[in-house]
Ligand binder design. Structure first.
Ligand SMILES: *[C@@H]1O[C@H](CO)[C@@H](O)[C@H](O)[C@H]1NC(C)=O
Ligand SMILES: *[C@@H]1O[C@H](CO)[C@@H](O)[C@H](O)[C@H]1NC(C)=O
Ligand SMILES: *[C@@H]1O[C@H](CO)[C@@H](O)[C@H](O)[C@H]1NC(C)=O
Length: 259
């Protein structure tokens, strides 16, 4: 009876971890509403028009944003208010509901600065580059740093997801050796998910350095770019928690199961 309880809870935990990871992966790939709102990092550009206008005063800032939700991305046709970055693509929204998504994120790299400056009309791209370069550097505009680390983290999360799936599948065979293999997959998967989630957490934290940048006008004006952690990252952390908790029951199952 205790054996069945262990097998059941290990299976349940790894199944929950797998479901959470699937949501993390399909976020934004699917066009239906719930997964579409899953992102690893969110950027709010709403205040940037004000920040840029303060920096370029007395010249006014006009035509920086587009309010047409279907305008193509990355063609300097207008900035959007909100940018959501997922593992495979990013979406840009003119308001809380309407937006358009990129075909894919280049080689799974997170490059938010490129995404936003490639939407600005050309003259504002040049001004923004000069303005951002005049502040102490932040990771937000360091596309090389964010790109490399997000890519490494992506592969770790992918390996962690595959290991989670294998732990679940092999465990369903209900064989002592199978539970041993599930234990190993759950341990490896937890490790990959942990490192991947830590890297994502660190790069989002570093990118948030942009949140407190102030344009030194009088009175001082915030630059108006706000970076937030996306719910996809919480899914990754939750999957890690479920999977690591499943290690113990898998281990007990492998030691006690007489099939
Ligand atoms: C975006 O930022 C602006 C200020 O810059 C703030 O007023 C607004 O509430 C933010 N919106 C969201 C959805 O976070
Ligand atoms: C919005 O942009 C799309 C794609 O560029 C274009 O086909 C459409 O006519 C635009 N709509 C408006 C109202 O400007
Ligand atoms: C968002 O923008 C779209 C297209 O510009 C518009 O049709 C829609 O009513 C807007 N929704 C809200 C909540 O403002």
């Amino acid at each position: 009876m205790r054996g069945e309880l262990c097998i059941g809870s290990a299976t349940f935990l790894s199944l929950v971890a797998l479901i959470l990871l699937i949501f993390m992966h399909v976020g934004q790939i699917s066009t239906s509403n719930v997964p579409r709102n899953i992102a690893m990092m969110k950027v709010n550009m709403t205040g940037f028009g004000t920040g840029l206008a303060a920096a370029t005063a007395p010249d006014p800032v006009t035509g920086l944003y587009t309010d047409n939700a279907s305008t193509p991305l990355a063609q300097h046709l207008g900035l959007r208010n909100f940018y959501d970055f997922g593992l495979y693509k990013y979406c840009a929204y003119v308001n809380s509901t309407h937006g358009t998504c990129s075909h894919h994120v280049t080689a799974n790299k997170l490059q938010p600065y490129d995404a936003v400056t490639n939407d600005m009309p050309d003259q504002y791209t040049i001004i923004t580059d000069a303005l951002v370069a005049s502040f102490p550097p932040t990771a937000f505009s360091d596309s090389q740093y964010l790109g490399q680390f997000s890519r490494a983290a992506y592969y770790l999360l992918l390996l962690g997801s595959i290991a989670t799936g294998l732990a679940l599948l092999v465990g369903l065979l209900r064989h002592a050796l199978g539970f041993l293999a599930s234990t190993v997959f759950a341990i490896l998967g937890s490790l990959f998910l942990l490192i991947g989630s830590v890297i994502w957490t660190v790069i989002v934290k570093k990118a948030q350095g942009i949140n407190t940048v102030i344009v030194p006008t009088s009175p001082p004006t915030p630059l108006g770019i706000t970076v937030e952690t996306g719910n996809g990252l919480w899914l990754a952390w939750s999957a890690f928690a479920c999977l690591i908790v499943s290690v113990l029951p898998y281990m007990i199952s492998c030691c006690t199961y007489r099939g």
